[in-house]
Design a protein around this ligand. Structure first.
Ligand code: 4UU
Length: 566
């Protein structure tokens, strides 16, 4: 059935048999050791390439002395900073795995991640220490390491709290732990969290092979036809998400990109940083494209260095991309290509992007298959291959993307059944990863994402998992049943989570506004900011369900659209 397999139109790249630390520190792009790589966008504090090397060695050595062993997991809950990449490399260089938590997570959310990974160590910024104080209870965490801010961290019973700064000040006595070739497919570098196609957040095993391969795939794809990699960047995307891990935490250092790092997004700081570090490319998500199109402050800064704007993690409309290109043309007379790449946490992350030589005619797709990857397209119901060639009526067929390649995860940590569901085994016994994304592919191999059949909601590129919100709503005594879906809001360029709730008889007799307010407050206290029910709570008599009791999310979505049209 080789005809069902779609390959990258680009040649494969020769993959290196190296672990992440050896690859990064081999300095394949000959970055000058005194080049400034990470600069704090507000304070101006910075690290050169050499600073990163030295501090990584010290931290790895300090972590080993503290007891970290090869194969351990070290959880991390820190806002973006210029030290963040060093902390990641230090952990991996000590032989351990990094499991990053989003810095806006609640105690419950962090607790779930710590339970899943069995992390023995947790590195936390002092401003978030209060959150982790409860999160570590009942987990395997033995030591909490503080990244010092201006805060007074709470005391934690039974756990020792050295500081990262102390560890980084150690003499780099031990060599970094190098993962041998035989273990590149076994040992994980990162465990990020994703819902995959269904169910709660799961720990995605990103092995050394996965991440190194994807960095190489990214570079081969981005430089195809002789294009140059960017030399500078501005980082606001959360470093706990695979997009930023790839582009900034690993990519910026690997490629020697001078990178202004923002702890959180602030438009003026972002624009000012662009003016200062002069990136050729901006790595963003769709709502930031919208902001750059609309906000008058854009005109106060010189953004003329920008040549390409890369949007990923959620759908971007052609209209919005063109509006931003128009703004740059008007302001500077320059041609800027606002384009997309597509990927998943489970694919480390890049799956497809627009090749430099096709920016003009293909930039409104999500690009072509990246080197070393293969796709097949299936009917999600029947699991049969779909012939993707253009039909007589000129339409391209729609089907779910399955993929395979060196960057595809082996599965979810400690969750065999979810891992099994992630893969489709074809008639040859080959394993293909299900993406839950519905797409077309044109005759040049360029892909357009049309729909998402998995449960996942994307709020500004962040994952919002419906079943998680449903679980929290069901814990409320007013709620008999519920179902969560999303609504796409064009003028915010994002989906918003919407809850349908069946109230108990007693709650039905209460003023509905007050009940909704209570439920919103309940949710807001329990989940991170980006998971709030911004699309609203709607009361309904019954949640549409299949005979087996599964929520019919399609039906919920139809209700949202119907209400909207009404
Ligand atoms: C429509 O969002 C990501 C990964 C983003 C990424 C980053 C750098 C992709 C390529 C890259 O170079 O991962 P997750 O796991 O948070 O979410 C994955 C899901 C996909 O299955 C898809 O539904 O996010 C959606 N998605 C997109 N949808 C990702 N990119 C796109 C896109 N258009 N460009």
């Amino acid at each position: 059935m080789s005809s069902a397999i779609h390959r990258s139109p680009l040649p494969d790249v020769a993959l290196l048999d190296l672990d992440l630390i050896s690859y990064l520190f081999s300095n394949p792009y000959n970055v000058s050791r005194d080049r400034t790589i990470f600069i704090d966008a507000v304070s101006g504090r910075s690290h050169t390439y050499d600073d990163v090397l030295q501090r990584t060695r010290s931290l790895a050595s300090g972590l080993r002395q503290l007891g970290v062993q090869t194969g351990d997991t070290v959880a991390m809950m820190c806002p973006n900073s210029i030290d963040y990449p060093i902390i990641c490399y230090g952990i991996i260089g000590a032989g351990a795995t990094v499991s990053p938590s989003n810095a806006t997570y609640t105690s419950e959310e962090v607790h779930h991640q710590l339970q899943t990974t069995g992390a023995k160590y947790l590195i936390v910024h002092s401003s978030l220490a209060q959150t982790v104080k409860d999160a570590v209870k009942g987990t395997a965490v033995q030591k909490v390491i503080l990244q010092t801010g201006n805060d007074n961290p709470p005391a934690m019973d039974g756990v020792m709290m050295p500081t990262i700064e102390d560890l980084m000040a150690q003499k780099p006595t031990k060599d970094l732990v190098i993962t041998p070739s035989a273990l590149l497919d076994e040992r994980s570098a990162f465990i990020c969290f994703s819902s995959g196609t269904t169910g709660p957040a799961k720990g995605v095993i990103t092995t050394h092979r996965n991440i190194v391969a994807n960095l190489q795939q990214w570079d081969a794809h981005s430089t195809h036809g002789g294009a140059k990699l960017p030399t500078a960047s501005v980082a606001f995307l959360p470093f706990s998400h695979i997009y930023a891990i790839s582009y900034f935490v690993c990519g910026a250092f690997l490629r020697g990109m001078k990178t202004a790092v923002m702890a959180s997004f602030d438009l003026d700081v972002f624009l000012n940083s662009i003016q200062t570090v002069q990136p050729e490319e901006l790595a963003v998500v769709p709502p930031i494209v919208l902001l750059l199109v609309k906000d008058p402050r854009v005109e106060k800064y010189d953004l003329s260095s920008v040549r390409t704007i890369l949007s990923a993690a959620a759908p971007l409309s052609k209209e919005l991309a063109e509006a931003l290109e128009g703004r740059f043309r008007k302001l500077y007379g320059t041609t800027v290509y606002c384009h997309q790449s597509y990927g998943l946490t489970e694919t480390s992350p890049l799956v497809s992007r627009v090749s430099p030589e096709r920016m003009v005619d293909k930039r409104h797709t999500v690009g072509c298959i990246t080197p070393n990857m293969q796709f097949r397209f299936i009917d999600s119901e029947t699991m049969q291959d779909v012939d993707m060639t253009i039909q007589d009526n000129g339409q391209l067929p729609l089907a779910e993307i399955l993929c395979r390649g060196p960057n595809v995860t082996k599965g979810y940590l400690g969750n065999e059944s979810a891992t099994k569901d992630l893969f489709h085994v074809d008639s040859n016994g080959d394993k293909w990863m299900r993406t839950g994304d519905i797409a077309t592919i044109d005759q040049d191999g360029y892909i357009t994402i049309h729909d998402r059949i998995k449960e996942l909601i994307k709020y500004k590129g962040h994952q919002v998992i419906p079943s998680e919100l449903e679980g929290k709503l069901l814990e409320h005594s007013d709620v008999d049943d519920c179902g969560v879906t999303s609504q796409y809001i064009e003028d915010q360029a994002t989906e918003l989570p919407v809850a349908f709730v069946v109230l108990t008889a007693e709650a039905r007799s209460q003023p509905q506004n007050a009940v909704a307010m209570n439920l919103n407050q309940w949710i807001n206290e329990r989940v991170a900011h980006h998971k709030r029910l911004r699309g609203g709570i709607r009361f309904i008599d019954a949640i549409p369900k299949s005979p087996s009791g599964k929520i019919l999310r399609r039906k919920l979505k139809e209700l949202v659209t119907r209400d909207r049209g009404a």
